[in-house]
Design a binder for this molecule. Structure first.
Ligand SMILES: O=C(O)c1cc(=O)[nH]c(=O)n1[C@@H]1O[C@H](COP(=O)(O)O)[C@@H](O)[C@H]1O
Length: 237
């Protein structure tokens, strides 16, 4: 895979115009675009069709987390809309993840679609070690929880996980070279961290074994998004 194909830009904007503008501008320099809660809920599923018509690969990031039947049905719908990647929460459990994977596989077979990657969100990159223990009340270390959830996702038939760059090495070791690791919480050297807590630079994430990195504000809020994206790709090398 080319280095630039490993860069996914988070389109955290509220209108089709802004999303289309960024997609046209950045398509030559990045591998895919992420449609998350803000854009999806502002525009609706048609934004997936609009951006795919521009030739973009789309990660539909709705972080599904519900009972197995509900998540399976939603996963089927997102597959039919043409998602290239979709995600569910590992905290929903093995049966929920299995149901999602089976529903996606069935939809792909029934409609002759390209199979999306189905990945599990582990511990959000915005959660600090303190919040993990004291607020949410988990025992143990974040890394152990992430690795356990990654193994559970793999056993459930998922393609990979979304995890912070700080856990990539441990996941790679536990789940092998083919397992997809998508990594937000990426900040160029010296960049503002915002609400992210477990971060590294693009170069560190790739060196640790990330398959894809996800970058939003450092690109989309930059006065020159193209230059920001190109700088990140060169930091990935
Ligand atoms: O699933 C995700 O994409 C995700 C998981 C996670 O743990 N942390 C995380 O930041 N994300 C998403 O990745 C993007 C990061 O955006 P920036 O912090 O602006 O680079 C946002 O769209 C988040 O919704």
């Amino acid at each position: 895979m080319n280095t630039r194909d490993r860069l996914i830009v988070a389109l955290d904007v509220d209108s089709p115009e802004k999303a289309i503008h960024l997609t046209k501008l950045l398509s030559p320099y990045v591998g895919a675009f992420k449609v998350g809660m803000e854009l999806f809920n502002s525009v609706g599923p048609e934004i997936i069709y609009t951006l795919k018509k521009l030739g973009a690969n789309i990660f539909v990031d709705l972080k599904l987390h519900d009972i197995p039947n509900t998540v399976a049905r939603a996963s089927r719908v997102l597959t039919s809309h043409g998602a290239d990647i979709l995600n569910v929460h590992a905290a929903g459990g093995k049966e929920m993840m299995q149901s999602a994977a089976q529903a996606v596989n069935k939809e792909v077979l029934d409609k002759g679609l390209t199979r999306p990657l189905v990945v599990a969100v582990t511990v959000l990159t915005s959660i600090s070690a303190r919040a993990f223990k004291e607020e949410i009340g988990f025992a143990g270390e974040i890394e152990d929880k992430v690795v356990n959830w990654a193994k559970l996702a793999q056993a459930a038939g998922l393609d990979g996980v979304v995890a912070s760059p700080q856990e990539i090495r441990a996941i790679r070791q536990a789940c092998g070279p083919e397992f997809v690791i998508i990594t937000p919480g990426i900040r160029p050297s010296g960049g503002a961290v915002h609400d992210q807590k477990r971060v590294t630079t693009p170069g560190e994430a790739i060196a640790a074994g990330a398959t894809y990195i996800v970058v939003g504000r450092p690109i989309t809020e930059n006065s020159d998004p193209v230059q920001a994206a190109r700088n990140i790709v060169s930091e990935m090398n």
